[in-house]
Design a protein around this ligand. Sequence first.
Ligand code: NAD
Length: 341
Amino acid sequence: MVICVPTPLSDDGTPDLAAVLSAARSVGRNLSQESLVVLESTTYPGTTDDVVRPILEEESGLTAGVDFSLAYSPERIDPGNEEFGLRNTPKVVGGLTAECGEKACAFYREIVDVVVPTSGLREAELAKLLENTYRHVNIALMNEMAIFCHEMEIDLWSAIDAARTKPFGFQAFYPGPGVGGHCIPIDPNYLSWVVRSLGFRFRFVELAQEVSERMPAYVAKRIQDALNRAGRPVNGSSILLVGVSYKADISDQRETPARPLAQQLSSMGGEVSYLDPHVNSFVVQSQEVPRVDMADVDLSSFEIVVVLQPHRAVMESGVLDSAPRILDTSGTLSGDRVERL
Ligand SMILES: NC(=O)c1ccc[n+]([C@@H]2O[C@H](COP(=O)([O-])OP(=O)(O)OC[C@H]3O[C@@H](n4cnc5c(N)ncnc54)[C@H](O)[C@@H]3O)[C@@H](O)[C@H]2O)c1
């Protein structure tokens, strides 16, 4: 049995394991000898052993590692990725005991090409948070650099393209309007929460969070500056947000930076609309944001068009050709009418 339920944050920013607890109870009630239970939800190291195992044992009356097998294997799905799916993405697997690990590896070998055993449960749990924290910190690094590169009139995307030609020791990350989704802005907090319980602070995560959370406000400032140069205030200007999901080519709006940005622009009196072929409804502060359909639109009436997520369907359609002024937070466009983040 595989448990892969959401692991969000509570209102106070601490891990909310409610779904894991209730799923573990249901699984525990249905356990039998020889069962294999794998937790896949992203969570802090220790969850499988300290939280899930006691529930399974209590509900079933069985003993993990003796009567049934218990393992952890992080979900690594990248929505919208056409190259890597479940089968060809290596699967990290850690067991409570060596036997539990072997049983879980055998299970995953039937559905994925490469299985990567770890020395234990906690190593597998940490591997997932290491991956997400690594992305979180490096994206924030690029976001922070984007701000001073603009002041210094440096095209950061061009610099990244140059740096990435180094065949070793560098991996390219890119700036953007802020981080969204249910992984990067959320999961590293699971790690910083558990680190705090040891009496430390995980400062890299906290800093990354702070830097990237400010990006929507920075983008709003850049829109304001661009309009100002054209002699127009934000108040009363029609502003089109292109791509309001949290990343390109998908519809998922969870934690999307488009929402705080739209909220801020509206509070400044901007008349905000959005264009996104993947999103049919975009609600900000209980208000439906007007949707612009891609089919037959002329963007010349918009004071400014802001590219947040460069959906291929939009970028390849030519729909942006009629926009008089574009702020591109994705580094995809260039030309006279285009200003990059
Ligand atoms: N989706 C991804 O791209 C992705 C990638 C990597 C890791 N993860 C991790 O995988 C886990 C699941 O994420 P997801 O995006 O698949 O979640 P999801 O919101 O799609 O939910 C997964 C399933 O859990 C069920 N569920 C929700 N609450 C429940 C509860 N209280 N009890 C029992 N079942 C419940 C839902 O009905 C759904 O079928 C999370 O920990 C997430 O961080 C997800």
